[in-house]
Design a protein around this ligand. Structure first.
Ligand code: SF4
Length: 425
């Protein structure tokens, strides 16, 4: 059970908190949750520390913004009774690329330049125009619509987001439209389970409870194609629960101040690269950044650890082979103690019977567990504190009074783990 944490602990501005039913709810968005999933440390930089860094706009994000802006303008004009020509649409698109943010665009992929991305957008918009002209497949109800709604019944968390377009078709179905400029299409199965689209539907339901039939549509602009899905109440509840659980994970990370860096290909786009604990030492060693610590000392410590760790592994494998030789020797010659100049070693071998563990034979293990539980032999079960804490306590799956009783036993623990990476292995 996670207690309410103060706004200060999150370093939240008042804009990031909405009032829902008189209760102050912390506001999350799908992209905010996504940032935590991608890299908890990036989440901390962005949402908690609000680290002051230069924030170049990735060319991919800029392309998305330019296309969204152009389509918003197209539909605004349409709502006012005029259909833009393709030339006008492309002119507003090109104008966007010439805007004040132009200088901050960053291209990360090698062999590609801004012009290549502009071309991608031009082709995408042209395909869109040709396919949907004269844009009368429904009446537009809202464009770039900000939504905000309580996620959980108690209103502790709220979800906010922005929907590209909401329209109502002639058959009365409300369409929630999301434009995508990704290079690849998701599978239909993934779309059917898409959290962002599910949250959009919840938001529309919250704002317009009378809308009965809602369809979710993603338009893939590069490919000139669209994909649709419909989510029933069960699916929405499943998504609501999943998102709620993810938010609890983030809340736990805040309590424990546990935001480990998660390195991936995304690092190349990360604006916090030079601040990142996973990158700083390497950058310092390579003289890319100036640091306030002794980088050389860190290099020596790491090298020493790698050498000793390597020797330890070799010795362990040598010891294992030696043990096998000794056991074989003692068995062959029926001796159990071997004398040597430094002392002696005693060997004992015993064959016993045992029930299989979970890793030996999971099916058998589960069957045995069931028999033992049914027989009420509680003493055979060992308490797994990790499962109790992470899966039940944190995820608020325990009865309230039990969670309260357990609270007083919680203690802080520190665990240091070192993972090694050897060049060329
Ligand atoms: S550089 Fe990579 S690991 Fe570091 S914060 Fe950014 S995404 Fe996370």
């Amino acid at each position: 059970m996670i207690d309410f944490i103060s706004r200060e602990a999150y370093n939240l501005s008042i804009d990031e908190i909405i009032y829902s039913g008189g209760i102050m709810a912390r506001s999350y968005s799908n992209s905010r949750i996504g940032t935590f999933n991608t890299c908890p440390r990036q989440y901390k930089f962005q949402y908690i520390e609000k680290a002051a860094v230069e924030k170049p706009v990735s060319v991919e994000a800029f392309l998305g913004a330019a296309v969204h802006h152009s389509l918003e303008k197209l539909y605004t004009m349409k709502m006012n009774g005029r259909v833009q020509t393709l030339e006008e649409l492309l002119a507003s698109y090109n104008e966007y690329w010439e805007g004040p943010d132009k200088e901050s665009i960053k291209v990360t992929r090698e062999n590609l330049g801004v012009e290549d991305y502009i071309k991608v957008g031009t082709e995408a918009l042209t395909k869109y125009y040709e396919k949907y002209k004269p844009f009368d497949d429904g009446d537009t109800l809202a464009l770039e619509k900000n939504i905000s709604f309580p996620l959980d019944p108690a209103g502790r968390f709220s979800i906010s987001g922005k929907i590209d377009r909401i329209s109502i078709r002639k058959d009365g179905v409300v369409e929630i439209v999301d434009y995508k400029t990704k290079a690849f299409l998701p599978t239909q199965q993934l779309l059917n389970d898409d959290e962002q689209m599910g949250l959009y539907q919840m938001g529309v339901r919250y704002l317009w409870p009378d809308f009965e039939r809602i369809e979710l549509k993603q338009i893939f602009l590069r490919q000139g194609t669209e994909m649709k899905t419909v989510m029933d109440e069960d699916k929405l509840e499943e998504i609501r629960y999943r998102v709620f659980q993810k938010i609890l994970e983030i809340e736990l990370a805040v309590i424990e101040d546990n935001f480990p860096p998660r390195e991936s290909a995304i690092c190349d786009w990360c604006v916090y690269f030079e601040l990142c604990p996973a990158k700083r030492h390497r950058l310092a060693i390579e003289d890319e950044i100036a640091v306030e610590f002794d980088a050389e000392q860190g290099r020596r410590l790491a090298e020493e650890y790698l050498v000793i760790n390597d020797e330890k592994k070799k010795l362990e494998s040598k010891l294992k082979a030696l043990k096998e030789d000794i056991v074989r020797y003692c068995t062959n010659y029926d001796v159990s103690n071997l004398a040597a100049p430094r002392g002696s070693i005693t060997i004992s071998s015993q064959e016993t019977q045992a029930f299989p563990g979970k890793t030996d034979d999971e099916e058998a293990y589960l069957e045995i567990s069931m028999y033992i539980r049914n027989a009420g032999l509680d003493e055979c079960f060992k308490l797994d504190q990790n499962i109790l804490y992470k899966d039940f306590y944190v995820r608020e799956k325990l009865p309230h009074d039990l969670a309260e009783k357990l609270s007083k036993y919680l203690v802080k623990k520190r665990r240091d783990t070192i993972r090694t990476y050897y060049k060329g292995q």
